[in-house]
Each structure stands twice: as C-alpha cells, then as structure tokens.
Design a protein around this ligand. Structure first.
Ligand SMILES: *Cc1c(COP(=O)(O)O)cnc(C)c1O
Length: 404
C-alpha cells in the first residue's frame, strides 16, 4: 500500500533491520542521525529563529543530548521534564516553561532552578507567576483557530483572545514582570501554511496597540510548532513553510521583525522512528466478510495514541508487501473496543499476512512511547531504542547489548 522508499532510503532501512532484528516486539527504533538532519534543515530554513525543542514529543535522553550539542533550547511542560533536561547540564536560561496549566508550587520549583521565561494565558496563572517567579519574562499565548487543517489540533484548550492577552501583558508589567511577547500554536501537523499568516497578523496588531497605548515594547514572537512530519497525507516541504512564514513576518513587521522563537516537536523527531509490531491474530467476523481484522501486539494504549479519531495516519508496511492486498481493520491487543487504530481509513495489507508476521509503522518517533500506558491489560510500556553514532541506547541513555 505504501512505498517504503518514499519514506526511508535503502541504507536507513537496512541499518534499521540490522539493528532491530533480534529484539522482542513491540518496540520503537529511533535513528538520531535523522533528528540531526532535521535540526540542521530547520536552522537553515529559519536562520533567524531561536529553537526551543518541545521535549514532550520525544523525551529520550539520547535525543535531548544530541539537541543540546546542536545548540537547541528546550520548551518544558512539567517539572519532571525540567529535571531531565537540567540533568544534562543544560543551563536554565536555555529553557522556557511553556505549559499554561501549572501549579503554583511548580512555578516556584522552576524559578528556584533558574527558569525565567514563562507562558501564560490566564489571570490566575499570571498572578502565581508574579508571586513565585518575580521579575520573569512573560509571553502570552493567543487563541488561534486551526481545527480543520491541523491533524492534531491544539486549539480551544490553550490561549486566550487577543484582547485578554493585551490585558494580561499590561497586568504583567503592573505586577513587576517583564511583558516579553506573544505566542501561538497553529495546531500540530498543520497542513495549511496560511494559518501562520492569520496568527502573525493578530500578533502584529497586539504589538502595535500595546506600544501605542501603554508604551510596552514587546520583544518576541513564539510561533510554536506545527511543522510537518511525513505521514500519509501530503504536506508542503519545510522550506516552503519557511519562505512563506518569513514573508508573512516581513510583510507585517518590515525591517523590525522581533526575536522569533520556534518550538518544533513532531517535525524534528517523528520521521526518525519505526515502530515494529507483530501480528497476533487475523480473523473475519463472518464466513463471507471481505474485511479482515488484523490484531497487533501493540495499539492505542501502547504507542499509537495519536490514531485517536484516526487523526494521525501512519504509513504501515509489512514483510510481505508486493503481494496481493486486501482491506483490513487494524486493532490492538487489549480488551478495550476503543483499541482500534484504523477502521474508516481503508488500510490494505497483503492477503497472505499471517500470525507472527511483522508490521512496521513508519514516522513514529514523535508522541508515541511517552504516551504509552503503564500497564493496561498488564502489557508493559513499549520500549524505545535509540540508534546513535556511538551505538544503541535506551531512553535513559544506558547502552543496550544485542539480545542473546
Ligand atoms: C506540543 C507543543 C509544541 C510542539 O508542537 P509540534 O506540532 O509537535 O511541533 C510546541 N509548543 C507547545 C507550547 C506545545 O505544547
């Protein structure tokens, strides 16, 4: 159904097969060389931007170490992520607390660790930041509408109306904080580049009005993530995103473009991962059913949560690709009927697919392993292995020996 070579070169594929062949399934192999390339490509496309990696997309230590070496900054969602990043010796001034939903005691924790840049979108949170992280820099997240063209929308729950963002920035100043900028996230895997245009226009309006009316000069625009990974549905190339978005910025801000922050997650790490699963059962619901059910040894609760509502459509390949194919429903192994990955989207797999065959899920380096349940139905969380130029490591950077 899918042409593997569209996603991975022969040498990448062969290196993966060689490294992974003796490991029990399910597992995910992440190739950090691919992340390295993506980071360099992003830097080249947006030479003026400061990159804050969204740690939640893949918090593996080998990934964080690589990005640290490449000079990335880090956008952090919780104190646990902060500990993980600081444990590598990253200086706290290279981090931001980007989650707008936080406890007062966590703000105090970040402040004590030296973090001085905070996102907010509400009055109560702002008051807590003023109290527990005095003098820090504040950026306010604005609401943007993105639900139909982003495959994994991040609207509604986060951000506030621009009028409210204005008020929050004024209050930030009055509370002794530094009103620093505006942030937005146009939705993850955003396929419509024009979404950045609308968000930048709203931002421009805020920059202008707050300077005119309040004398507050904002310094920074945080344009979030949303850049594409390579799944089934086509997107533009990253360089297309970059040239369009750069033009929007110049159209609105001319020579006076503020400091630009990007918070990529998916676009840096997704394409580096391959999830290997094994067929547990192939069955039909009646004697003449045309569709087969293919049950795998992993599913929604163990790495594939982004198949929720069939939102992210991963390319799936098998060892038997090339032979005759037929429609399947793809499901996981747990006793929960929500554990179905694809039913409406018609995936086709070889008709001779058998119990024990391997099924590979490409582009699964982002939002997979860290989303796995702890032990639903007793299944342990899926393991991730990181292929680096120094060898194979687990998510805590322990070297991995080949299985016997
Ligand atoms: C999750 C998240 C990101 C990463 O978004 P991607 O679309 O995966 O690149 C960036 N910023 C914030 C605030 C996020 O919550």
């Amino acid at each position: 159904m899918f042409n593997r070579e569209e996603y991975l070169s022969n040498s990448e594929w062969n290196a993966f097969l060689e490294a992974s062949k003796d490991f029990a399934t399910p597992n995910i192999f992440v190739n950090t060389t691919s992340i390295h390339h993506r980071f360099v490509q992003l830097k080249d496309s947006f030479p003026y931007a400061h990159i804050y990696y969204a740690v939640k997309s893949n918090p593996g230590i080998p990934v964080l170490k690589l990005l640290d070496q490449l000079g990335s900054n880090f956008d952090i969602a919780s104190r646990y992520e902060l500990d993980r990043v600081l444990s590598l010796g990253v200086s706290p001034d290279r981090t931001s607390y980007g989650n707008t939903i936080k406890k007062a005691k966590d703000i105090a924790y970040f402040y004590e660790k030296g973090v001085r840049m905070y996102a907010t979108d509400s009055k109560e949170d702002l008051k807590n930041i003023a109290k527990y992280a005095p003098n820090s820099r504040i950026y306010v997240r604005i609401l943007v509408e993105n639900s139909t063209t982003a495959d994994w929308p991040l609207s509604r729950k986060f951000g506030c109306h621009p009028d409210m963002a204005y008020d929050l920035l004024v209050q930030a100043r009055d509370l002794g904080l530094t009103p620093y900028g505006i942030s937005f996230h146009v939705g993850s895997q955003q396929r419509d580049i024009g979404q950045w245009n609308d968000a930048i226009a709203k931002t421009k309006y805020l920059f202008e009005s707050i300077e005119e009316e309040e004398g507050i000069k904002l310094s920074m625009i945080n344009m979030g993530g949303g850049f594409p990974a390579h799944y089934i549905q086509p997107t533009n190339e990253l360089k297309e995103y970059a040239s369009e978005i750069t033009r929007y910025l110049q159209d609105d801000f001319g020579e006076d473009v503020p400091m630009i922050v990007l918070e990529p997650g998916r676009s840096l790490v997704a394409d580096s991962g391959i999830l290997t699963s094994e067929v547990v059962l192939v069955s039909r619901k009646n004697n003449t059913a045309l569709q087969r059910w293919v049950y795998l040894d992993t599913g929604k609760f163990n790495g594939l949560i982004e198949t929720l509502d069939e939102s992210i459509k991963y390319p799936v390949i098998t060892e038997k690709d090339g032979s005759k194919e037929g429609e399947v429903i793809l499901a996981g192994p747990t006793c929960d009927s929500a554990d179905i990955m694809y039913e409406h989207e018609k995936y086709k797999l070889p008709v001779d697919l058998k119990i024990g065959d391997k099924v590979y899920w490409l582009s699964t380096g982002a939002y997979t392993s860290s989303y796995a349940s702890v032990s639903f139905n007793g299944f342990p969380p899926i393991k991730t292995y990181y292929m680096t130029k120094d060898g194979l490591f687990d998510e805590n950077d322990n070297p991995i020996a080949k299985p016997e």
